[in-house]
Design a protein around this ligand. Structure first.
Ligand code: BDP
Length: 701
């Protein structure tokens, strides 16, 4: 009997060890069983989680007290903010908040400090409160279990099993989000299936909402604008038709009867073939306000996307601004306009969307893409915090210097009660959630920046690395541990440089949308599909010809620069002052134009592409040193993907340079590495996207 028990303990221990490093624990790899002294006088589902997390994992020795303090109108920290005090002498920590969620976030923050090696017992007191009210993930998950632009398996939501069976991953998902302050989720694709609002599906959504609630996570749904006719059997979905309004009111009541804290709707309308108010001769205001009226009695909101563009003569980059600016001030107060970070579409680099700061009487929320649709899927290591910081810190100048994208959306510049930021999720049912072990850092970074956009990318990378990999090991020699310190610094650097490297080998100098048609993985700057929308083809964007390269958006071209506030319109509008990083976004530049570096545009292009390749090779060198410090499985996963990335970088460089060379007719500078592919071959490659498992080299000719 005793032996069997020991055997079982052994097996469990072994399983735990194996499970321990499959990446499924994300950044939450606490050692459990600490049985710490945690005091909290109240109890509730949220507080009980805060207490049990600390009880299991807090290793500080002293006592942690969680206290709800009476809410007061002067309390600027709100229900989600908190104060954390620690006293070195008594080894005590006290976290206070006006709300339960504040205590949950405080508890996770304390554990984050512990896991990232902070000095826990310095006498200190600090406060934290979130920058945005709503910090929300957008899942592009379809009801059939597939994920649009998902690279980590199938959807987490097991629609067929819900509501009866609840996967343990729902709770783990909620916990991971709460640990970084994410407080809301849109469960389904913006390209929404009307069936999501059927009673059957709403019951499934209700079950998910119940799992997420104790972690402070509110549920939202994407809706299809034609649901009244498609699902409800009405003759129309015209937003001004009284029967349509009644249909939505009844549906919204049904939702709130099931999910009293339901958040509201996300809407993609009249975009990329989806229905919307234009189909009935109505406007975006008519559509959004009708839904907002139905949601208002329950405090629900509408997140209406500005990602709209029609094939036509005018520059796609200008269209969202043209469509929405005339409506500023006309939306109901529970509507917020969701704007992608750039004016086109989540490209590796774009200038910020000119709608930020320009819409002054309507709340606007940034939409970022966590899933790496345009940055190498889950094969390429690309830490996105630097890119998001670049957007959030861009100065719109709309209210003078310092009106950054972050400040015009978080309520600092414009008095708005509704503030939000969305990230298109990169999660799936893969064991490690995100496909690439380092892609987890992007989920993490989104949450951290949504909470506090003043954190630096370095702080976020540091924290994430420390929590995700245990580079320092007890019992190792001092030399080993000081090597680990050095390695940690090198890995942080690698993360910080990774986005720029991707831009360099894919689309440097402001180039954009050179992607292969449809799947957006590899390069296809030559792509020309008869009958395809011109604004879905790379040539529309790069405009390469015998004279030069790039899209003229200056006053002599599409004049998109005019949508930016002074002094940006002049800065971007002039070839000599436009930053090199964006020069081909705003200008069609002659091949022999001499840039600030003293090199011609053509030479510079070659240098930047080459630099991207070299940077990735550098990442391989850094990562290989991690072999001794990182568990085998994750080490190999990353190593394998870096090999793919290094090959892809060469593929991108060769494809783009050899193709553009057919226009420039100039040699690649002789000091640079020579291409290893033939243009003709690359133009025939087809990636088998239906079988897109890592490695992706399912090329067929
Ligand atoms: C594009 C994606 C497409 C999305 C669309 C959107 O390629 O799959 O549906 O954005 O955001 O980037 O609506």
């Amino acid at each position: 009997m005793k032996q069997t028990i020991f055997l079982w303990i052994g097996i469990l221990f072994f399983c735990e060890l194996v499970r321990a490093e499959d990446s499924s624990r994300l950044w939450l790899r606490y050692d459990t069983g600490a049985d710490a002294r945690i005091v909290c006088e109240q109890s509730s589902p949220i507080l009980d989680i805060a207490v049990s997390e600390l009880k299991n994992a807090w290793q500080g020795g002293g006592q942690v007290t969680l206290q709800i303090r009476p809410a007061s109108p002067w309390d600027e920290l709100g229900e989600e903010g908190y104060t954390l005090r620690s006293s070195g002498q008594n080894r005590e920590v006290t976290i206070t908040s006006a709300g339960e969620k504040g205590l949950l976030y405080g508890a996770y923050h304390l554990l984050r400090l512990q896991e990232s090696g902070a000095d826990l017992y310095a006498d200190q007191e600090f406060t934290e409160k979130p920058a945005y009210n709503l910090r929300i993930l957008n899942h592009w998950d379809n009801l059939d279990g597939t994920i649009e632009r998902g690279y980590a398996g199938h959807s987490l939501w097991q629609w067929d099993e819900l509501p009866g069976t609840l996967s343990p991953r729902y709770r783990q998902y909620a916990r991971a989000n709460a640990s970084v302050g994410i407080n809301a989720t849109v469960l389904n694709n913006v390209n929404a299936n009307p069936r999501i609002l059927s009673t059957d599906y709403l019951r499934k959504v209700q079950a998910l909402a119940a799992v997420f609630r104790p972690y402070g996570i509110q549920v939202f749904l994407s809706i299809n604008f034609s649901t009244p006719s498609e699902l409800g059997g009405l003759a129309t979905s015209d937003p001004l038709d009284p029967a349509v309004c009644r249909w939505w009111e009844t549906k919204v009541k049904e939702i709130y009867d099931l999910i009293p804290d339901f958040g509201g709707f996300l809407v993609k309308a009249n975009s990329e073939g989806l229905p919307g108010p234009h189909d009935f001769g109505r406007t975006h205001v008519d559509g959004a306000n009708m839904l907002a009226a139905a949601l208002k009695p329950y405090n629900g909101i509408v997140m209406w996307r500005a990602f709209v563009y029609e094939p036509g003569d005018d520059d796609r980059a200008k269209q969202a601004y043209q469509e929405f600016m005339p409506f500023d001030g006309q939306f109901r107060d529970n509507v917020i306009i969701q704007v992608k970070n750039g004016p086109v579409d989540f490209q590796p680099r774009e200038p910020f969307s000119p709608l930020f700061g320009a819409m002054q009487q309507t709340p606007v929320m940034p939409e970022l893409q966590i899933t790496q649709e345009y940055t190498g899927f889950s094969n390429h290591l690309c830490f996105l915090a630097p890119m998001w910081k670049e957007v959030l810190e861009s100065d719109t100048w709309q209210q003078g210097e310092g009106s950054t994208v972050a400040r015009v959306t978080d309520g600092s510049v414009y008095p708005q009660s509704l503030t939000a930021i969305a990230g298109v999720a990169n999660t799936g049912d893969d064991v490690n959630w995100c496909g690439h072990p380092f892609a987890q850092a992007n989920w993490y970074a989104f949450g951290r920046l949504a909470w506090d956009h003043t954190l630096t990318s370095q702080q976020i990378a540091d924290e994430w690395l420390a929590q995700t990999f245990s580079l320092y090991k007890a019992g190792e020699t001092e030399t080993d541990n000081s090597r680990a310190v050095l390695l940690h610094a090198q890995l942080t650097r690698m993360m910080l440089d990774s986005h720029e490297a991707v831009v360099d080998y894919m689309m440097p100098l402001g180039l954009h949308h050179l992607f292969a048609f449809g799947h957006h993985y590899g390069p296809e700057p030559w792509c020309d599909l008869p009958g395809a929308r011109p604004d879905w083809l790379p040539r529309y964007y790069h405009r390469a010809d015998r004279e030069g390269l790039g899209f003229d958006r200056s006053a002599t071209g599409s004049n998109a620069v005019a949508q930016y506030h002074a002094p940006l319109n002049a800065l971007y509008g002039n070839m000599d002052s436009c930053p090199d990083e964006l020069i081909l976004w705003f200008h069609h530049m002659p091949w022999d134009y001499v840039l600030g570096t003293g090199r011609t545009l053509w030479d510079e292009l070659c240098y930047w592409y080459n630099r991207g390749v070299e940077e990735v090779r550098g990442f391989q060198k850094v990562w290989d040193q991690a072999e001794r410090y990182v568990d085998d499985k994750r080490f190999r996963q990353v190593q394998h993907r870096l090999k793919i990335q290094a090959r892809d970088a060469v593929w991108w460089r060769d494809a783009c340079l050899l193709y553009f060379r057919t226009f420039s007719r100039l040699p690649i500078p002789y000091e640079l590495e020579r291409p290893v592919h033939e243009l003709k071959d690359m133009m025939e490659y087809r990636i088998d996207i239906t079988n897109f498992e890592c490695p992706p080299y399912g090329f067929t000719k």
